[in-house]
Design a protein around this ligand. Structure first.
Ligand code: ZN
Length: 582
């Protein structure tokens, strides 16, 4: 049959098959009515009902319209006036629930941080660990004690000194990892490692010295290898333990309303991806994951992966600098509270551009950790060079600056031009506010944590938590984005409140912007016909409750692809799993 006739015959058959569907409404699997639905579509329109079939929304609108899709076997859910929002994204989360040190910190790292809130409490943690053996590494005497969570930023004065630990642990070497980027040791550890006033800085790190030129015991970013080498490693987790912790951890994420996690651990290997894939294949992983991976993993994969819109692998995560709290972030000007020190970049502009070019050729993009204004500039220059070299359109590629914490005003419009996404963590602002001004001074803070300014410059801002740095609860993020306050309503009026987002903007940043950042805006991010049915039912109206209460919201139900993946147990108290720490 000539080609043209076959085509015509096909058209006729298709038209015959479609004819009945045009008359009778499609029968839905489930219909939800009597709700208060924030669709987060382009007009931010509201609906009262929607219908779901085969995991997708087939109708969004009013109750009568939704009910017209109900057949005799359709499950009709009366939402009883509850609010529905699209499934929430965390655009930057470390899905390392499997790490031994982190696992006990679920569900709320704040409780753990509380233990480090003062020198006395930290000393108590060390004393208790020495007595019980918790955190002690195997090996000959004197055994090493390794802990995680130290945070001196809230101390008075906010400085680490090894003598603080010597007072309670004179005989054992103690090494404590900061809650993020950086670490510190006591005198015994320095002595065993042979670290003195003359020891040079390790590559990518800095040994802090006191006014007498002696090491304080604090290490900015990378610790000296001669010390790390002495610490006996923990036995590695088995594949079973890693899988179990991943499944259990992500179940907690579902209960908090998260439906898509952008896994931001750059160390993620090919084997890690295969483990996740296996867990999807056997039905144990329910949350969607957009997994960032190492350069090596991307090259080993040879191209991006989309497993049934559940597991996406398309981005490589690298680091260009460290954190602000540890003074590891890389700035154009020196730190206000540490003269002469700018922080160091982890790689050059040329290296970064070359990596980006190599990755673009195999279908991957890059999402780079950049905190300081100098690091953000290096990344932007590298992205620009890579786009120029490959002739690709930045708005298709969607490179991202992870954190994008401090950007100089003249660099801000470049994100929009290059189509670069700002992947930001509102909780970092309300946590860093205790030391950010000391580190940076008021002037530089104008381009810092500048969510509103970025939106005004037509930049896509996608929000996340950077868990385990901050708690992963997405309602904490919405609250911080809207109020610029911590969960004790401090500071009054908000910290640089001109950078606060409206509730609509904050919800968009936690849904559609996340979908856009993972090139899935056609299937995820809003409640619209044709999209995958990911949504969260909450007991209160997010748009009208007092702003200071937004962080207290806990979901009644989380749905992914039409399937209920979490539902509040009957009789559970309103705080549920995610009651805030005192
Ligand atoms: Zn991170």
């Amino acid at each position: 049959m000539p080609k043209i006739e076959r085509a015509r015959a096909g058209t006729i058959i298709a038209a015959l098959l479609l004819a009945p569907a045009a008359v009778v409404a499609q029968v839905a699997d489930t219909v939800y009515v009597n709700g208060n639905v924030y669709t987060v579509d382009e007009e931010f329109s509201q609906a009262s009902a929607f219908a779901v079939k085969d995991g997708k929304f087939i109708y969004v609108g009013d109750d009568a319209g939704a009910r017209s899709h109900a057949g005799p076997l359709t499950f009709v859910v009366d939402l009883e006036g509850r609010t529905v929002i699209p499934g929430l994204h965390d655009a930057h989360i470390h899905i390392r629930f499997g790490e031994r040190e982190l696992y006990p910190q679920i569900p709320d790292i704040r409780a753990t941080l509380g233990e480090w809130a003062s020198v006395e409490r930290m000393q108590e943690v060390v004393r208790r660990s020495l007595a019980t053996g918790a955190g002690m590494r195997p090996g000959p005497e004197p055994r090493w004690l390794v802990l995680r969570g130290w945070m001196s930023d809230v101390w008075d004065p906010p400085e680490w000194h090894r003598e603080l630990i010597d007072a309670v642990a004179p005989d054992n070497p103690v090494y404590i990892i900061r809650y993020t980027h950086g670490s510190a040791a006591n005198s015994k550890a320095l002595e065993l490692a042979g670290i003195t006033r003359d020891t040079p800085d390790p590559e990518g790190g800095h040994i802090k010295k006191d006014e007498n030129g002696e090491p304080t015991g604090e290490f900015v970013e990378r610790a000296p290898p001669e010390l790390l080498r002495l610490i006996p490693p923990l036995p590695p987790l088995s594949n079973y333990e890693l899988s179990r912790n991943l499944v259990e951890g992500t179940r907690l994420a579902l209960a908090s309303g998260l439906t898509t996690l952008h896994g931001a651990s750059g160390g993620t290997s090919y084997d890690d991806v295969m483990r996740e894939l296996k867990l999807y294949e056997v039905g144990l992983l329910r949350v969607r994951i957009n997994q960032m991976v190492s350069v090596d993993a991307a090259k080993q994969m040879g191209g991006p992966l989309n497993y049934e819109n559940k597991l996406f692998v398309q981005s490589v995560k690298t680091l260009l600098d460290g954190a602000l709290g540890s003074r590891g972030a890389h700035f154009l000007e020196e730190y206000e509270d540490y003269p002469g020190f700018h922080g160091e970049p982890r790689s050059s502009e040329d290296e970064t551009a070359q990596t980006a070019i190599d990755l673009l050729k195999i279908g991957f993009n890059m999402r780079i950790h950049t905190i300081g204004d100098a690091a953000n500039r290096i990344a932007l220059n590298a992205f620009e060079a890579a786009l120029k070299q490959t002739g690709m359109n930045g708005h298709d590629v969607r490179f991202a600056l992870e954190h994008a914490q401090v950007i100089t005003p003249e660099d801000i419009p470049r994100l929009a031009e290059l189509g670069v996404i700002a992947s930001m963590q509102p909780l970092h602002a309300t946590e860093d506010m205790h030391f950010a001004e000391a580190r940076l001074g008021r002037e530089r803070l104008k381009g810092a944590y500048a969510w509103k300014t970025l939106l005004e410059n037509d930049i896509v801002v996608a929000t996340g938590t950077d868990y385990s740095v901050s708690p992963y609860n997405p309602f904490y993020t919405l609250h911080a984005a809207v109020t610029r306050q911590d969960r004790n309503n401090n500071p009054p009026g908000g910290w640089y409140p001109e950078e606060a987002l409206t509730r609509e903007e904050a919800l968009y940043a936690a849904t559609m912007a996340g979908a856009y950042a993972m090139r899935a805006e056609d299937v995820l991010g809003s409640i619209e016909p044709g999209k995958l049915a990911d949504f969260v039912v909450i007991p209160v109206d997010y748009m009208s409750i007092p702003a200071e209460d937004i962080w207290k919201i806990t979901p009644d139900m989380t749905v992914i692809g039409g399937e209920v993946v979490y539902s509040r147990p009957v009789g559970a108290d309103q705080g549920g799993l995610f009651k805030a720490a005192p």
